[in-house]
Design a protein around this ligand. Structure first.
Ligand SMILES: Cc1cc2nc3c(=O)[nH]c(=O)nc-3n(C[C@H](O)[C@H](O)[C@H](O)COP(=O)(O)OP(=O)(O)OC[C@H]3O[C@@H](n4cnc5c(N)ncnc54)[C@H](O)[C@@H]3O)c2cc1C
Length: 369
């Protein structure tokens, strides 16, 4: 079963293909992002004045899905456009919007999120990175971790403690930090699969007062929205879809009798991926403006991560052991997927926390759309 895209969304997919096909197969990521930026495709849900098209989050999701399926690093797009750009659009000043958003939509600028620290991943109130007032600006010191693609980025949205407040939720502020500042040190940390994580040390990094996003000391209230912008489930979904496609190709190369023996397992994986896609599209279709409902998003994120893990578990335990063909691109992709998949129920908010959100909703009895 396949959910059909609306004609406008199918048109966007065709535009993505056209822009990428024109570049040829050897184009690098930055070149591809710039081509999509020139075609005003990177953030179609932003207003036209900032390089978007004033379309919906669902339209943007369609573009993201296609980019992921074409092999572009969805994390770079997701964190830049959703994780950093959307908070600037929603909570930033006019000057911040005018300065940063055209850079993002054109594909010239990539951005990172510096939220997590050792001991402060699920509970982001435990951060110890702090900022001291310095004239009209601030000096930031501390250590962030688990940041992805930071070495590609020019700026980062960084959570910082600006005062010891009355409660642990009080006194957190969000700043845009220039990653080229001499006080920023990026230390890559090996990761089981893919690009390394980065530990980012901020040593007396000066930011001006204009770098503050949202209200001083009140950043905690913005964090669920910031993370929600990032958490749509589409990066996990496109992984699940790509891994399922590789498994289908591998399965198709087996003798008929073995294909038949594995057909039911494959169908189960396909069902999980289709189901996750339906939930991910439901989450964006029910968004109000830029904001998706956090419970619906939790369902979508869980479904996508769990579907991707089911595909890799089956591929690793069954399919790859039955098929002993040449080590072509599908086998290599699946083997890397087996290593990467466990992360998918940790990154962007661990599985248990998503389940907590859903459980809390049930107890409170709010209506789930
Ligand atoms: C691939 C990847 C990319 C990431 N990219 C970034 C990034 O770009 N920027 C950034 O700032 N961070 C990033 N992170 C960090 C990510 O947000 C954290 O890993 C995540 O929030 C979990 O935090 P933690 O690693 O400290 O684990 P912990 O919070 O220590 O959790 C460890 C385990 O304990 C469980 N647990 C924690 N609290 C509870 C609870 N209250 N009840 C039940 N179980 C609980 C968790 O579910 C998890 O299974 C990334 C992580 C990954 C894996």
């Amino acid at each position: 079963m396949r959910c059909e895209l609306e004609p406008r969304q199918a048109g966007l997919v065709a535009e993505v293909d056209e822009a990428l096909d024109a570049l040829g197969p050897d184009a690098g990521v930055r070149e591809s992002f710039k081509a999509l930026g020139t075609a005003r495709l990177l953030a179609v849900h932003y207003p036209a004045e900032y390089g978007g098209r004033g379309l919906t989050v669902a339209d943007h999701a369609t573009v993201s899905e296609r980019m992921g399926l074409r092999g572009l690093p969805d994390v770079a797009h997701l964190i830049t456009v959703q994780g950093v750009g959307c908070p600037i659009l929603t909570f930033g000043t006019d000057a911040q919007r005018r300065h940063w958003l055209p850079e993002i939509t054109s594909g010239r600028l990539l951005a990172s999120l510096l939220l997590s620290e050792y001991g402060a991943g699920s509970d982001l109130t435990r951060i110890t990175t702090s900022a001291m007032a310095d004239g009209g600006g601030w000096r930031i010191s501390g250590r962030k971790t688990w940041s992805l693609l930071t070495e590609w980025s020019q700026i980062a949205l960084c959570s910082v403690r600006t005062r010891q407040g009355n409660s642990r939720y009080d006194g957190i502020s969000l700043f845009l930090v220039d990653l080229n500042d001499p006080g920023v040190r990026i230390n890559p940390m090996p990761r089981a699969a893919g690009e390394p994580y980065n530990e980012v040390t901020l040593d007396d990094v000066r930011v001006s007062g204009d770098a503050l996003v949202g209200e001083l000391h009140k950043g905690w209230a913005l964090l669920p929205t910031v993370i929600g912008f990032e958490r749509g489930g589409f990066d996990y979904l496109t992984r699940a879809q790509s891994w399922l496609a590789a498994a289908a190709a591998e399965l198709g190369a087996l003798p008929c009798a073995e294909q038949e023996a594995l057909a039911a397992d494959f169908a189960r994986c396909e069902f999980l991926v289709d189901n996750a896609r339906a939930l991910a599209y439901h989450a964006v279709a029910t968004a109000e403006g830029l904001e998706t409902n956090e419970i619906v998003t939790a369902y979508a994120k869980l479904a996508s991560g769990m579907a991707a893990q089911a595909v890799t578990r089956w591929a690793g335990e069954e399919l790859l052991s039955v098929s002993d063909g040449e080590d072509g691109p599908h086998r290599r992709l699946l083997r890397a997927a087996v290593v990467e998949a466990p992360e998918l129920t940790v990154s962007g908010g661990a599985q248990e926390l998503q389940l907590d959100l859903i459980a809390e909703e049930r107890l409170i009895g709010r209506t789930i759309r």
